[in-house]
Design a protein around this ligand. Structure first.
Ligand SMILES: [Zn+2]
Length: 238
């Protein structure tokens, strides 16, 4: 008889996502009750910070992935078992993880080294992980908050271009893009606040027993290439 995989939590030994989700929720409740949750900050982090941030929806999705440490950084890809190069595509000196890409890379330190941003950089380097970084950013006055968000988003875009072999690093251009984005977001969202209209969220959050799944994709028939993505959120937006 050949060996075969079975799902021992179910009497028929058949895996179902529904039961896996229930088990995950059960184990999470047990861990919380025993005070052994893998990351205590998960329970404290206010996801509404992200969904009400003064920036466009695509950047909120980026921040959500940043908070979950799920951006496709080279070290993260390697940790998932893919045999790939791990050095930073921008400086080509050190391994690329979130701390390096957004805070410590020599090409990003140049950008943080402006009078408005240097104090933020000093505080962010003391944060323990991406959620703590976002908590700091969202605790700042609107101007600094927007500047930090524009900084992270621009850095990620520049990195992706270089990673795809489509660009070279230019400090002046990066700084210009950050400031232009920050001014645009500030204008737009301050105007919204004046009109007493909360920033739009992409969709409402589900109740505690459900997950909300958003999927989107596109396909170019000419190049026969496409892409897709998804976001799964719980009742807290996490
Ligand atoms: Zn680097």
């Amino acid at each position: 008889m050949e060996d075969t995989w079975v799902w021992h939590h179910e009497v028929k030994w058949i895996f179902t996502v529904k039961l896996a989700y229930r088990l995950a929720r059960k184990f999470e409740r047990i861990n919380i009750a025993e005070g052994s949750h893998r990351d205590g900050r998960d329970q404290d982090f206010n996801w509404n910070y992200i969904w009400s941030a003064p920036c466009p929806a695509k950047i909120k999705q980026f921040l959500w992935r940043f908070a979950h440490n799920s951006l496709p950084l080279r070290m993260s890809i390697r940790r998932r078992g893919v045999d790939c190069e791990t050095c930073c595509p921008v400086c080509r000196r050190l391994n690329e993880d979130g701390g390096h890409l957004f805070l410590h890379c020599k090409f990003v330190r140049n950008v943080w080294r402006t009078p408005d941003m240097e104090p933020e950089h000093a505080l962010l380097t003391r944060c323990n992980g991406p959620k703590a970084m976002l908590e700091h950013i969202f605790s700042r006055p609107t101007k600094q908050k927007i500047l930090c968000i524009a900084m992270l988003w621009t850095r990620w875009n520049v990195r992706n271009k270089i990673n795809a072999g489509e660009g070279v690093y230019n400090l002046d251009d990066v700084c210009f893009r950050i400031w232009r984005s920050a001014i645009e977001y500030e204008k737009f969202f301050l105007k919204q606040e004046k009109l007493a209209q909360p920033p739009p969220t992409s969709c409402s959050l589900p109740d505690e027993t459900c997950l909300n799944i958003n999927i989107d994709g596109s396909f170019d028939a000419g190049t026969r290439s496409g892409g897709w993505g998804f976001i799964i959120r719980d009742h807290q937006g996490g």
